[in-house]
Design a protein. Structure first.
Length: 276
């Protein structure tokens, strides 16, 4: 039997990058998928955001692996919309076992914004999506899991910046770090709250991952202008970034039977970044 055979997984930020990879890997191991993504530009984000066609591609990849998929364009800042898609997914698939709160942004800019209004937008949008969206995801999904009484697992996509920091007198990096630190607190509180229902809650903390959030023109220009970025983001092992598949394996471990007694854990997949 495959490792999550017959389970249903709800994944945010699923149109590409880590989210798509998680959807594919869990489908390979037998899960049906509820996939959501904003599929639209975000004002403070300089790199291209996914399009509806990207989410469609994720759905096709899941179906290629013989699993069912419900894909919807949803902004994680919209909790009622998240609740609606969870309800639709549970009605269609009959259950909900796994949640991967993966959606996130990095509002990196080559030139630090000076305008106070723009700085406020960068700060607020980063927190609203990266930590507010994670909370909204749990608020939308956990009641269905508790009601079903089947236990389950929730995984937050954190970052090494949730366990360390990446300060460069840069508002976007600071806001990102604050949001990912907040996610650790959210994870631990949620783990305690849901443990009586046999729902395990953990977070994965990658170093840089080879996704469009990291591998894009804006980040390349930023790195050229700020060579200290290499020092901030460097790894102990001789690898610049890891692959989305590396993070998906950690997620699979946590949500499958292999992680049945693991909860409240911050799991780095960081090529040694945290001890460098």
């Amino acid at each position: 039997m495959r490792r999550v055979e017959g389970k249903v997984a709800f994944i945010t930020g699923a149109a590409r990058g880590q989210g798509r990879c998680h959807a594919i890997r869990l489908a390979e191991e037998g899960a049906d998928i509820i996939a959501v993504d904003i599929c639209a530009p975000v004002e403070t984000v300089g790199y291209p955001m996914p399009a509806p066609e990207d989410l469609d591609e994720t759905a096709r990849e899941v179906e290629k692996r013989g699993r069912k998929v419900l894909a919807r364009v949803v902004d994680v800042r919209d909790q009622p919309a998240l609740r609606e898609v969870v309800g639709e997914g549970v009605a269609q698939f009959g259950r909900l076992d796994i949640v991967v709160a993966n959606a996130g942004i990095l509002a990196i800019a080559v030139d630090e914004p000076a305008d106070p209004d723009q700085r406020q937008k960068v700060w607020q949008t980063t927190l609203d999506i990266n930590i507010g969206g994670a909370w909204n995801t749990v608020e939308a999904a956990a009641p269905a899991m508790v009601k079903a009484g089947n236990g389950g697992a929730i995984v937050f996509t954190g970052s090494t910046q949730g366990l360390k920091y990446a300060a460069n007198n840069d508002l976007s990096l600071t806001a990102y770090t604050v949001a990912k630190h907040g996610m650790v607190g959210l994870m631990r509180c949620t783990a305690a709250d849901l443990a009586p229902h046999s729902i395990r809650v953990n977070s994965v903390h990658p170093t840089g991952v080879n996704t469009p959030m990291v591998a894009n023109e804006v980040m390349g220009e930023y790195a050229e202008k700020h060579p200290r970025l290499g020092e901030l983001m460097g790894n102990l092992l001789p690898v610049g970034v890891v692959e989305p598949e590396d993070i998906s394996e950690a997620v699979l471990y946590l949500v499958a039977e292999s992680g049945r007694y693991v909860t409240g854990v911050t799991l780095p997949v960081d090529a040694g970044h945290l001890i460098k």
